[in-house]
Design a protein around this ligand. Structure first.
Ligand code: ADP
Ligand code: XUL
Length: 533
């Protein structure tokens, strides 16, 4: 009988699912868009931005309802769940879910006659889950860094200095502001391990790779750091449970899925992980490659063996090879910022945005722009800043200059920060692009020109979801025959070469990158002044 593997992605704007067959070909793909398909939650881009503009949450019940919808749709389309040998999944990183006392019992005794959301609706002590876009925990970050002996000391343990969106700081804020809700909390999950818990019918462990995005895990010992836990909230260890390797098989699907959807009783649930680690798996990253994901957030990641945590960027445990690591840079002002500038074009369409990129020339005649609608992570800066060819600040650009300045600026920042992490572009460098905007060839052309390297994609822009299906197949193969991830994904389709750098691009961007870095220093200073006033 044919074997299928499922991957689920609880991402910022939608829940996605992909099924692959035993040859790792995609046989089913669907998504539930939170804003459009679940309007009763009133989210924008899947999130709620609170009035302080810093607090950003998503309703946990919305994610559960989305799972009910997607499974029902699969069932009505005739999807044969009994062929699924294993499933795994992924979630936006850093977001946290607070299960109320008694919730474990409810998870273990779900009735197959009812949808999940109606049974789990009173299972959460915090119903608005803080997510990665939140930047309201500056005070908690300062406290954690102090407790660990400084920013670098914290990075040396957890792979990152303190970041506002990292879960330990979010938990510390919840403990401070809602001590009663914290006291009622039986378990804290990441979005990924929350997804796994729904399928397992029990609390699923946090995996090491997504666990690295919490400022709580010792990434070398792969255990919680007592020092960090104690600095965030009391009795945290018990609420987090143990961590496990990302390729662990956690158990079989709960009887709920067997009875309601016809899953087989030995369908395995493989640990869920963060979307960036899952993307690394889906892109089949190899040493020397650089992956760029252009989703709600823009991220850039590399596979590394000898990590050197710094004050910029993050080091996570590697999701497919337990002894290795991955480096990651994350940019908050990704697709949503591009959408904002796109909407300034007369027709507000991606076609027009692309035409403008095509009709303007690389280097933008020396004009440079920084577009940070929300406080950026690297650099820590906010606002829109435009510089003309003489490095003078200007208040506006014509629309076509603006579009190119935005896209060139976003990619120049990525190249500069990757090089600061020690990354070197070599003649054999491949850029692997994924995420929603990677279907746009004109955006990828600018990426290729700025990095002076060819850009490849895979058949789906949803690499995190696909990577989860691959990880499910790998965990089973590892258990039965000890296969490595690389051996298992050899079957997958080749990457597709989409664009190569235009002649002369390197000569244009070398000096412009230098100017961009100089302008960035000015922008950082100005942002500091804005936040002080
Ligand atoms: P996430 O998984 O983080 O929810 P996706 O990776 O699915 O997000 O990316 C969604 C984004 O992709 C949208 O916000 C949209 O701006 C962007 N996108 C979709 N199509 C295009 C296009 N043709 N050109 C540029 N960006 C696009
Ligand atoms: C990574 C990050 C985002 C989220 C949402 O550190 O914050 O990429 O994982 O995609």
């Amino acid at each position: 009988m044919a074997a299928h593997y499922l991957g689920f992605d609880f991402s910022t704007q939608q829940l996605k699912v992909i099924a692959v067959n035993e040859h790792l070909r995609v046989v089913y793909e669907d998504n539930v868009q939170f804003d459009k398909d679940l309007p009763e939650f009133g989210t924008q881009g899947g999130v709620r931005i609170h009035s302080d503009k810093l607090t950003v949450t998503s309703p946990v019940l919305m994610w559960i309802k989305a799972l009910d919808i997607i499974l029902e749709r699969m069932k009505s389309s005739g999807f044969n769940f009994s062929q699924v040998k294993a499933l795994s999944g992924t979630g936006q990183q850093h977001g946290s879910v607070y299960w109320k006392q008694g919730a474990q019992k409810v998870l273990q005794t779900l009735s197959a006659h009812l949808p999940l959301h109606s049974q789990l609706d009173s299972c959460f002590s915090i119903t608005e889950s803080p997510i990665w876009m939140d930047s309201s925990t500056a005070a908690e970050c300062r406290h954690l860094e102090q407790a660990a002996g400084g920013a670098q000391a914290l990075a040396d343990i957890t792979g990152s200095r303190a970041y506002e969106r990292f879960t330990g700081n979010q938990i510390a804020k919840i403990y401070k502001q809602s001590a009663a809700a914290y006291a009622q909390t039986e378990r804290i999950s990441l979005v990924s391990s929350f997804g796994a818990s729904l399928f397992l019918g029990d609390y699923a462990p946090i995996d090491c790779s997504d666990g690295s995005g919490m400022n709580l895990l010792d990434i070398y010992k792969k255990m919680w750091s007592e020092e960090c836990l104690n600095a965030c909230a009391p009795d945290l260890n018990g609420r987090l449970g143990c961590v496990q390797a990302a390729s662990s098989i956690l158990g079989s699907v709960s009887s709920y899925y067997i009875q309601r959807y016809g899953f087989r009783d030995d369908c395995r649930v493989v640990a869920f992980t963060g979307d960036n680690p899952a993307s690394l798996a889906g892109m089949r990253l190899e040493e020397g490659d650089i992956a760029i994901s252009l989703g709600t957030s823009d991220t850039l990641f590399l596979w590394i063996q000898d990590p050197a945590p710094a004050l910029e960027g993050h080091i996570f445990c590697n999701p497919v090879q337990a002894q290795d690591y991955m480096a990651l840079l994350c940019y908050k002002n990704g697709s949503l910022m591009r959408e904002k500038i796109r909407d300034c074009c007369p027709s507000g369409s991606w076609e027009e945005f692309s035409k403008v990129l095509q009709s303007t020339s690389p280097g933008n005649n020396g004009n440079i722009g920084f577009y940070f609608d929300v406080m950026e992570i690297t650099p820590h800066a906010i606002g829109i800043h435009r510089f003309n060819a003489n490095k003078q600040k200007v208040s506006e650009f014509p629309m076509d200059v603006e579009v190119r300045a935005l896209v060139e600026g976003q990619f120049m920042a990525k190249r500069i920060h990757a090089e600061r992490l020690g990354y070197k572009i070599m003649p054999q460098t491949r850029i692997l692009a994924t995420g929603g905007a990677s279907c746009n060839e004109h955006i990828l052309q600018v990426l290729s020109d700025v990095f002076n390297a060819p850009v490849y994609t895979i058949a789906t822009a949803n690499s995190a979801c696909l990577g989860s299906a691959y990880r499910a197949a790998h965990a089973l193969a590892m258990q039965t025959s000890g296969s490595t991830f690389a051996e298992v994904v050899k079957l997958a389709e080749e990457h597709t070469l989409v664009v190569t750098p235009r002649t002369g691009a390197d000569q244009i961007y070398q000096p412009l990158l230098k100017r961009y870095a100089e302008c960035e220093s000015i922008v950082i200073l100005e942002s500091q002044n804005i936040s002080m006033n």
